[in-house]
Design a protein around this ligand. Structure first.
Ligand code: AQP
Length: 332
């Protein structure tokens, strides 16, 4: 049986990249796969978080999953820290992961920046916890945005290393599912950087909770160039910001960049941006409204997380017992 696992960190405002690169694709997968969708709060604390914000963001990400169309009856939705087996398996896997593999991870280098020596061990070990999240459920497929590809390859390597070390075929090697037309949505202010929750400028991203005015303003201010839209995507070469807006339009309209270029060829970006705003408002508006309703009912959201944690916890406990037996750890 194919099993999907994926997650989002409750580190701030969910944005269009999280939606198009991850959450929207999950909605389709729930029809054909057993799906586990996590709010990875233990990953969030690899960077300092305000406790009240962390609680609020955890509920907001849960609300966003449901508002986007993930059905908590069909899928398991829970927050990572409610199932302590994630941390236990992370330790076990850390013991079979060579340091050299972690030293290659580009996200650590980007996030630690110039102050590597002061970065936390958790930030460095983040990919091992991610491997534990996936392998704890013996997941076979992991839908993520392009930025998580390297971490997922490491999860496969860690699964293989464990299987080899203990002479078993216990963990499936999880396969990435990098889906959709917008696997890497870039910042609205700088086409060289991905759209990110932690970008200091709110103008760099469209948040899933932005209202129509905010969406229109941010798209109007989005950086572009002085040339009109080209006839084909080849004309977007070397025009990162223009290519990003065309890609966003294509993804929201569920079409390709070719179609978008064909439709707007020769038009100026000022005109295209109006169309893009209308489309973004039409797609994101109903989701934002639903997120607002769900956020106002924390009891309902917390109930979904509790039930999800019970279901995830039952599977996690059984797998961890099997893993302990493979390793030779005595258990009660
Ligand atoms: N810009 C993006 N384009 C496409 N997909 C993206 N994802 C994130 N940014 C983009 C995908 O969203 C899922 C959840 O990501 P995450 O919250 O776990 O962490 P992240 O990738 O580090 O996202 P952010 O927004 O950049 O968070 P911060 O700023 O807190 O680090 C993943 O599937 C990711 O690929």
């Amino acid at each position: 049986m194919s099993r999907i696992f994926s997650g989002v960190q409750p580190t701030g405002n969910l944005h269009l990249g999280n939606y198009l690169g991850a959450i929207r694709n999950w909605v389709a997968l729930q029809e054909d796969f057993e799906c586990i969708f996590c709010i990875v709060d233990l990953h969030a604390i690899t960077q300092p978080q305000d406790p009240d914000d962390l609680r609020a963001h955890t509920r907001e990400v849960t609300a966003a999953y449901i508002a986007a169309g993930i059905d908590p009856e069909k899928c398991i939705i829970f927050n990572q820290s409610m199932v302590p087996e994630h941390s236990e398996l992370a330790w076990i896997l850390a013991c079979t992961t060579p340091l050299g593999w972690l030293n290659r991870m580009t996200q650590f280098k980007e996030k630690a920046g110039k102050h590597r020596e002061n970065a936390g061990l958790g930030l460095y070990a983040y990919p091992v916890l991610m491997a534990a999240d996936i392998l704890l459920y013996r997941a076979t497929h992991v839908p993520v945005g392009d930025d998580q590809k390297q971490h997922l390859e490491l999860s496969r390597d860690i699964a293989g290393a464990f299987n080899r070390q203990y002479g078993v075929d216990y963990f499936p090697l999880p396969e990435p599912r990098i889906l959709g037309a917008a696997t890497r949505v870039m910042s609205l202010r700088d086409g060289a950087n991905k759209m990110s929750k932690s970008d200091a400028s709110d103008y760099s991203r469209l948040n899933m909770t932005d209202d129509a005015d905010a969406i229109a303003l941010k798209i109007r201010k989005a950086r572009t160039d002085a040339d009109p839209l080209p006839e084909t995507p080849a004309g977007l070469e070397g025009r990162a910001e223009a290519a990003n807006l065309v890609g966003i339009y294509a993804a929201l309209a569920e079409t390709g960049a070719e179609d978008v270029c064909h439709q707007f060829a020769g038009k100026m970006f000022s005109e295209f941006k109006n169309e893009l705003s209308d489309l973004a408002v039409a797609r994101l508006g109903p989701i934002a409204e639903k997120i607002g309703e769900l956020k106002a009912d924390t009891g309902h959201v917390d109930g979904i997380l509790r039930r999800g944690a019970e279901r995830a916890g039952a599977m996690a406990k059984q797998h961890l017992r099997e893993i302990q037996d493979i390793i030779g750890l005595l258990r009660p």
